[in-house]
Design a protein around this ligand. Sequence first.
Ligand SMILES: NC(=O)c1ccc[n+]([C@@H]2O[C@H](COP(=O)([O-])OP(=O)(O)OC[C@H]3O[C@@H](n4cnc5c(N)ncnc54)[C@H](OP(=O)(O)O)[C@@H]3O)[C@@H](O)[C@H]2O)c1
Length: 340
Amino acid sequence: MLKKKSGYVVAILGATGAVGKETLEILEGRRFPLASLRLFASKRSAGEVMSCQGKEWKVEELTTESSFTGVDFAFISATDAISREYGQRLGAAGVVVIDDSGVFRMEADVPLVVPEVNAHALTAMPRGIVSIPNCTTTPLVMALKPLQDAVGVKRVVVTTFQSVSGTGAAAMDELMTQTKDLMSFRDTKANVYPYQIAFNLLPHIGSFNDGGDCSEEVKIARETRKILETPALRVTATTVRVPVLRCHSEAINVELGRPLKPNEARALLAAMPGVIVYDDPAKKLYPMPLDATGKDEVYIGRVREDESITNGLNLWVVSDNLRKGAALNAVQIAEYVVRG
Ligand SMILES: NC(=O)c1ccc[n+]([C@@H]2O[C@H](COP(=O)([O-])OP(=O)(O)OC[C@H]3O[C@@H](n4cnc5c(N)ncnc54)[C@H](OP(=O)(O)O)[C@@H]3O)[C@@H](O)[C@H]2O)c1
């Protein structure tokens, strides 16, 4: 249990990355009660200065000798190895660890939390660690939760269209560099992805298992069941990387437990905290990555009946993977812990 204070000492491991930078912006924008900040990254970034809440903070190199005495919260958004090593260590030392990686998500004694959906899971954090979901699972469960509560959800088929920022800062640079090269009739190289991502798309995120599923597809199914507390829910996913800088989009097909008209579904979704229904086909209004970039909400449109199955519903969901898909969700969890 964290002692109530007027300000908390917050460490960010991976502060210079795509998620880390966004975490700083969100701590500032939401006026998180900060006493001080400790920013950690690799040797490459040590000494860089970043600003938050009107002050400048110097980036420290993360080493096994780094001291975390006095730290209340640690946001870990670096690599799996760093989550594994520092998540355990800091959680055991009494720091509230909010981890962005997939390392702890499916462990039974680590809550996996989207506050609007399952904040109650935060009451038990035996290891001092809480995980945030994959950046595609978060908007998916935000869309499914009100439908599940109202009429039940029997099966989910989801296809994702994931931006390159989901892979991190280096992938954003790669898309920009490849685009500039190709527009200048120069050859281009792929380093982050196995193939050129500019003017292309890759039906492949993570690694393939023996059955041919990508690890991202497996994560979406498992994490959705854990967060919604529906171990028998049938979920199948196809995950696709697209040449978009920010925001993940998802085409979601849901088989509901009982009939629900699209208008009723829109009303349920619109009442869900953190969701905006943006859906007027007659006016060509539907969510798009460019519009959702930098926004906190999950946008839902194209709500329509799927007449090919009983009680079928189609949805189109777009959300900023660096905000609600990562940094915002993590800061919201810290706010819940602070409120007790
Ligand atoms: N991007 C997303 O949409 C998203 C969403 C949900 C969860 N996540 C998870 O969040 C984490 C970070 O993702 P990201 O997209 O922000 O990646 P990123 O842009 O590549 O940033 C990685 C960060 O980790 C630091 N780092 C790397 N190796 C290090 C080392 N050996 N020692 C210390 N620091 C090191 C980097 O520091 P330098 O700058 O010094 O290299 C940088 O600050 C990952 O676990 C990812 O799975 C990402």
